[in-house]
Design a binder for this molecule. Structure first.
Ligand SMILES: C[S@@+](CC[C@H](N)C(=O)[O-])C[C@H]1O[C@@H](n2cnc3c(N)ncnc32)[C@H](O)[C@@H]1O
Length: 327
C-alpha cells in the first residue's frame, strides 16, 4: 500500500531536509535495483550531516557506490527507544509508521530549529492523535509529546499499550489516565506519562513527557497554553475508513474540521514552529488547505521538495503532506 510509494516519498523527504538541515544539496535521488534489491540512489553536493541522513524514515542501511561494489557506511541513529514501540500496535485507522516518521521529520525540518532537529527536545502536538503513532515517534526520538483525541476508547487503548510496553521494557516511568477537572468541572480525561531511557536522568528529573487529552481538538486552546508547542504533526481523518464521528466534528468533512481547527492549533504554536498535515486530497484540494493555513497566519512551504509527497494509498485515499510555518 505505502511501500510502492516509499522511494518517491523518501526522495521528497531528503529534499526537504536538504533545504534546512542536511548540509548538502541533492543533485539526484532515484529508485534503483542492485542485485535484485531495491535502493534509493542519491547524489549529493557537499558533505551531508550523518545524524540528519540517519533520520530519514526509510533509511535501513547506507552504502557508497564504488564501481560495482557497495561499501557500507555507518548510519547514525537517534532513536532512544526500541522500535517495537512503533511496530507492535496494529489497528484499523492506524497511520503507517514509516509515513508518520516522514511527516514528523519534514515538519521538524521546517521549524526555526531545523539545524538542531537531532539534538533538541521538541514539544510535538498531534491534535488528531488516534492511538498515538505520532506520539510514540516523538517519544522514540527524544521529544515531548502532546495529543488530543476525541475518541476516549482510542486514548484508553493507547494508555493500555504504553503501560504494558513501559513495564515490559523496565524503563523508569510514571503513567496515569485520570480525569482533568478545572474549577470543579470535568473537562477531559488525560493520559500523563513521564519516562527516560536513562535511569540516572530520570532520577534527576530529566524526563520526557507525554500528555494525551481525550477531548475535541477544537478545545485545544483551552487545554494547552498559547505558544508552548514547537510542531503540530497530524494525519487528518480520511472520512472513508474512520471519519470525524463525534462531538462538534460529527458529520463534518475534514475540510470543515480543518478550517475550524488550524487557527486553534496555530494559537498554541510558538513563532518559528511548523505545522505538518497529512490528508486525503480526494476530500480537500491542496490549494484549499493552503488557503486555510494562510488564513490562520501560517506561511505555506512550497519549495519543490514539499510538492513531492502526494501518493496513492488505496482506491479511496490519495494522500499528501502540507507543511506551513508560523512566522
Ligand atoms: C487518521 S486518524 C489518526 C490516526 C493516528 N495517526 C494513529 O496512527 O493512530 C484521525 C483521528 O482523528 C480523530 N478525530 C476526528 N475528529 C476529531 C476531533 N474533532 N477532535 C479530536 N480528534 C478527532 C479520529 O477519532 C481519529 O482517531
Amino acid at each position: 500500500m505505502y511501500a510502492g510509494s516509499a522511494p518517491q516519498v523518501t526522495a521528497a523527504e531528503l529534499g526537504v531536509l536538504a533545504i534546512t538541515a542536511l548540509g548538502a544539496a541533492v543533485i539526484r535521488a532515484e529508485p534503483t535495483t542492485v542485485a535484485g534489491v531495491a535502493y534509493l540512489e542519491i547524489e549529493l553536493d557537499g558533505e551531508p550531516r550523518p545524524d540528519v541522513l540517519g533520520q530519514l524514515a526509510g533509511a535501513h542501511a547506507l552504502f557508497v557506490r564504488e564501481g560495482q561494489l557497495l561499501r557500507p557506511v555507518p548510519l547514525a541513529r537517534t532513536e532512544r527507544l526500541d522500535d517495537d514501540l512503533l511496530t507492535i500496535p496494529k489497528y484499523p485507522g492506524r497511520t503507517n509508521e514509516q509515513f508518520t516518521r516522514v511527516l514528523l521529520n519534514v515538519t521538524l525540518a521546517s521549524t526555526a530549529w531545523a539545524g538542531e532537529m537531532t539534538q533538541r527536545r521538541f514539544t510535538v502536538l498531534d491534535p488528531l492523535a488516534g492511538r498515538g503513532t505520532t506520539l510514540s515517534w516523538a517519544l522514540a526520538l527524544g521529544h515531548d509529546a502532546v495529543g488530543v483525541e476525541i475518541e476516549r476508547r482510542e486514548v484508553e487503548a493507547y494508555a493500555a499499550f504504553l503501560t504494558t510496553w513501559l513495564r515490559r521494557k523496565r524503563l523508569k516511568h510514571q503513567i496515569d489516565l485520570h480525569p482533568l477537572r478545572r474549577s470543579g468541572t470535568h473537562v477531559a480525561d488525560l493520559l500523563e506519562a513521564q519516562l527516560s531511557p536513562d535511569p540516572a536522568a530520570y532520577r534527576s528529573g530529566d524526563r520526557q513527557r507525554l500528555t494525551l487529552y481525550a477531548a475535541d481538538t477544537l478545545a485545544t486552546p483551552d487545554l494547552l497554553q498559547n505558544r508552548t508547542v514547537d510542531a503540530v504533526v497530524t494525519d487528518a481523518p480520511y472520512g472513508v475508513a474512520h471519519g470525524s464521528r463525534a462531538g462538534v466534528a460529527r458529520d463534518r468533512s475534514p475540510a470543515e474540521l480543518l478550517s475550524l481547527a488550524v487557527p486553534r492549533w496555530t494559537s498554541v504554536l510558538r513563532s518559528g514552529g511548523a505545522v505538518g498535515i497529512a490528508w486525503n486530497t480526494h476530500g480537500l484540494a491542496r490549494g484549499d488547505l493552503s488557503a486555510i493555513c494562510a488564513d490562520a497566519g501560517l506561511e505555506v512551504c512550497d519549495a519543490p521538495p514539499y510538492l513531492g509527497f502526494a501518493h496513492r494509498v488505496d482506491a479511496g485515499i490519495h494522500r499528501d503532506i502540507l507543511v506551513a510555518r508560523k512566522p
